[in-house]
Design a protein around this ligand. Sequence first.
Ligand code: SF4
Length: 395
Amino acid sequence: MDTLIKLQDIAVNMHLEPAEEVQTSPAVAPCGQVLQRERQPQKELGIFHAAAGGHTVPILKTMLTTACERNCFYCPFRAGRNSYRRTTVKPEEMAKVTADMARAGLIRGLFLSSGIIGGGVKTQDRLIKTVEILRQQYGFRGYIHLKIMPGADQAQVERAAQLADRLSINLEAPNDRRLHLLAPMKQFGEELVRPLQWVQQLRASQTPAHTWNGKWPSTVTQFVVGAVGESDVEILSTSEHLYRHERLTRTYFSAFSPIEDTPLENVAAASPLREHRLYQASFLFRDYGFTLEEMPFDDSGYLPLDEDPKLAWAKLNLFETPVEINQASRDELLRVPGIGPKSAHAILTARRKGTLRDLRDLQQIGVRTGRLENYVTLAGARPRRLTQSRLNFSL
Ligand code: SF4
């Protein structure tokens, strides 16, 4: 079968395989030189626009095979799902089509995953071989996000770290007990957490001299949310641990959505809003210095859905004791709703030149003031609404 036709078959379910900061729905590939030569029908190939390396770039998001010998309960590729047609692409084919698409200007990166056939080690070998051909034979210098297979060994993880820009292995569940309800053949600690630890050990102990670009790859993971009764505190405690100890760049959350002909097909879909709140909370750990204990969980361990967790925390903690914008430390500023790392930096810089006295002073240095007025003071006074404020920021 034509490799591009295979990519189309695979692409049908790739939106279910979370990865990267995907920002748009799958793109229809424009008809380029290579595609015309190979008579590409005008259908989706699995090209997504994703944030990679600080830019938004088109990446081919695909798999070496959609066949799998494992039986994860949520997965469209699970063994025994007979309604689903399987597609396999050889490493040589995948490397060639990726290089061709890159030369045609259709993509600038590759996200490569696979179903497991013949065990994790053999499957990882095929993934690594694909990327080796791509980097070494075709000289591909684009972005590569490579999946680590459950069961891959340490030497394979180290080789993958030399070739890729990002490595990921999806934990799917926050702990062993929940994982057993989602993916009974996966081992939480040995198969899923351990490879993330291997990568962090590498980054902490060795210089990246033998990597393709002189840098170690980032690591990310993903949780399925809402399929097996796990609470937000369970998910976020694992997420916080991974940020602190394994230096993950990001933990992804995917609201569960049932797939027919799987054991969870009758479980209700999870709320996308819950997924959104989990992202907000995880960014508070990663970028704002919050701890798990400060999250506004209810008695059952869930975040409020009707309010973002930073605002909920501020209502409890800053309304009576607001932050003085002209004296607060960076960490204190970051706790104010509406103030992020860029705004905190702008405030700290502006304070060296003069006193910030009202909301317009903040607006002039790029701070969005819509959410902070109840939680700050400016020169000792609660800010007045912008319509009443005067411009009196003196530099
Ligand atoms: S191992 Fe991966 S591809 Fe296979 S069933 Fe589980 S999640 Fe799906």
